[in-house]
Design a protein. Structure first.
Length: 263
């Protein structure tokens, strides 16, 4: 009887300790999630000392035309309009048929300020080009796991920090994933691009000082969109446009990270 009473008396204590441990784990996870979801820009660093290395070093990731490029950190100094990547880490939402892949953290980025839209950064499984798109566009490619090095400074994909900048056109540097560890030589040879300048780079996190830019700072709109906006549309065109945007945003929101950012 005494032993039984002792056991019964110990139950609340054991339950309380277990509950405390569980709550602490949840609190730790929330703090980790908050750190991962802190927004950042992405700059590139080069270890080499060639003219190409110096040209690429310090450039910033930008997005345009479904691909990831490297350009001047200041949008005013860019020859081609592009939206500055503003990224964070969050679990990639696998489809039912891809859950077994368990690819962990994805890397979403803002691709537009008006409306504020998120897409996933991914490596094309065939060309190793770094691109961005919604879940339908990205799920068949290399979407993760994205992470950072121990010092939380350098960005990694599939536990590799290897990326390559390729000068596809004069002064236009596109980003590729060095998934094979050969500085993309084999994949570039397959695509007939070995004659292009290419430079191995690292992607470096730069904590963002500001929230996503407002509509007046939208860098991702085309000139035709800007002209249409400045000239004004008729009421019927405006209604049609707003309905079209609402429809496209609705479809996108079903596939994008479920966060409150930019909403």
């Amino acid at each position: 009887m005494v032993i039984g009473l002792l056991v019964l008396t110990a139950i609340p204590t054991t339950t309380g300790v277990a509950f405390g441990v569980s709550e602490q784990r949840k609190a730790n996870q929330r703090r980790e999630d908050a750190r991962r979801m802190a927004k950042f820009n992405i700059d590139v660093e080069c270890d080499g000392d060639t003219d190409d290395d110096r040209d690429v070093n310090g450039r910033r990731l930008v997005v345009r035309n479904d691909k990831v490029y490297l350009d001047h950190p200041n949008p005013i100094d860019r020859s081609i309009p592009a939206f500055t990547a503003l990224a964070f880490y969050i679990e990639y939402p696998e489809l039912e048929e891809t859950k077994h892949l368990d690819r962990g953290l994805g890397l979403p980025t803002y691709v537009s300020a008006n409306p504020p839209l998120l897409n996933w950064i991914y490596a094309d499984v065939n060309t190793h080009e770094m691109k961005y798109g919604n879940r339908s566009q990205s799920v068949a490619h290399i979407v993760g796991p994205w992470d950072w090095t121990e010092d939380e400074r350098v960005i990694t994909l599939e536990e590799s920090s290897g990326f390559v900048a390729v000068e596809e056109e004069e002064g236009e540097w596109a980003l590729y994933f060095d998934g094979d560890g050969d500085e993309c030589e084999a994949i570039l040879e397959e695509q007939g691009k070995l004659d292009k300048a290419f430079v191995p780079v690292k992607l470096v996190r730069r904590p963002a000082e500001e929230e996503p830019p407002g509509p007046q700072q939208n860098q991702g709109q085309s000139s035709s969109q800007g002209q249409s906006s400045s000239q004004g549309q008729s009421s019927s065109q405006g209604q049609s446009s707003s309905q079209g945007q609402s429809s496209s945003q609705g479809q996108s929101s079903n596939e994008e990270p479920k966060t409150t950012e930019g909403k």
